[in-house]
Design a protein around this ligand. Structure first.
Ligand code: CA
Length: 359
């Protein structure tokens, strides 16, 4: 049995298709209406050519694996930072001037989807409004990995007396669990998550995940999300900077591609780079929320991405921009870093204060 995404001919829609047309080929796992496709466990690999020749079939795609983009293992909090009386202002939040933007906007009422490993719903420093689990239907979106919770905290950890604070502490967090506890998921589960984001009217989507390969079904789904007016932000990847190493979906023009810098404004050694990069953001030794109501340091373009996502939430609370307008606006307001080339930083370091002020 092999998992495939079967894209229907435009003349056919999912309602017209009868089970007797599909069952000879395999078992239906789920349907993906936004790309007019079915996910099927196909019985025999040898039958794929014949399946592709069926009149109702336009294309058969691999249901590949998509992975979270983190670098190394998370490090627990340092003793010196264990101060229950105080909330730390993580260096990344300060570097992009997010805290200076809060008098103008803290991202209130903006729905932000974290398409990832889920979110720790019981974390005391996060307010999680809702979510879905596309990996395991019927299960909650609770984070059994930690990656999604870390990303969520960078976007919107609460401004209180605990732990950390995020870029947009009043944004509404939604946990869209598309990756399993190992940080890996099927492309079809990611697409189903994006479908959920459209149906539940998310305003911005964070994707700290990706694949080095360009799958037509992934691109088709990204186009639908952009057409729905939802801004998408994704990690450029942790493949290093040698040639064009940006992964998908960051590489698609509809998605804001984010690289990572360290605390001294140097380019992160692990970060991917390339002509499709839009912005850079802090991504080394980032302190944020973690599963089990805890905190941890993590590094990766996964951690840079939510700095931009949070900035989108700050902007959207003040003014509705479509995805194209958002990309143009954030790039125009970015801070160009002298030590990095354009493949490394795109238009520069995301600047939350300028993005909110100059609307
Ligand atoms: Ca806090």
């Amino acid at each position: 049995m092999v998992r495939k995404i079967i894209v229907l001919n435009p003349d056919y829609n999912l309602d017209q298709l009868t089970l007797s047309q599909v069952l000879p080929w395999g078992v239906i796992i789920k349907s993906l209406p936004i790309i007019n496709a079915l996910v099927v466990k196909v019985r025999k690999k040898a039958a794929l050519t014949a399946l592709a020749n069926e009149p109702w079939v336009q294309r058969v795609d691999d249901d590949c694996r998509i992975t979270a983009v983190s670098e190394g293992e998370p490090a627990a909090e340092r003793e010196s930072e264990l101060n229950p009386q105080a909330q730390a202002l993580p260096w990344g939040i300060k570097r992009i001037k997010a805290n200076l933007a809060w008098p103008l906007s803290a991202g209130a009422k903006v729905k932000v989807a974290i398409v990832d490993t889920g979110i720790d719903r019981k974390h005391k420093d996060l307010k999680v409004v809702g979510g879905v689990n596309t990996v395991n239907h019927g299960k909650t979106f609770h984070d059994d990995n930690g990656h999604g919770t870390h990303v969520a905290g960078i976007v919107a950890a609460l401004n209180n007396s605990l732990g950390v604070v995020g870029v947009a502490p009043k944004a509404l967090l939604y946990g869209v669990k598309v990756l399993n506890k190992y940080g890996s998921g099927y492309l079809s589960d990611v697409i189903e998550g994006l479908q959920w984001c459209i149906n539940h009217k998310m305003r911005v989507i964070n994707m700290s995940l990706g694949t080095p390969f360009d799958y037509p079904s992934f691109y088709a789904a990204i186009v639908k999300v952009a057409q729905a007016g939802i801004t998408m932000v994704a990690a450029a990847g942790n493949s290093g900077c040698s040639g064009d190493t940006v992964i998908y979906p960051a590489k698609y023009p509809q998605v804001i591609a984010v690289t990572a810098i360290a605390q001294n404004d140097s380019f992160a050694y692990f970060s991917s780079c390339g002509p499709s990069v839009d912005l850079t953001a802090p991504g080394v030794n980032i302190y944020s929320t973690y599963k089990g109501n805890s905190y941890a340091y993590m590094s990766g373009t996964s951690m840079a991405t939510p700095h931009v996502t949070g900035t989108c939430a700050l902007v959207l609370a003040r003014k509705s921009l479509n995805p194209t307008q958002m990309i143009t606006h954030l790039k125009k307001q970015a801070e160009l870093l002298p030590g990095l080339n354009s493949d490394q930083q795109g238009a520069g370091l995301v600047n939350a204060l300028a993005a909110v002020k100059n609307l």
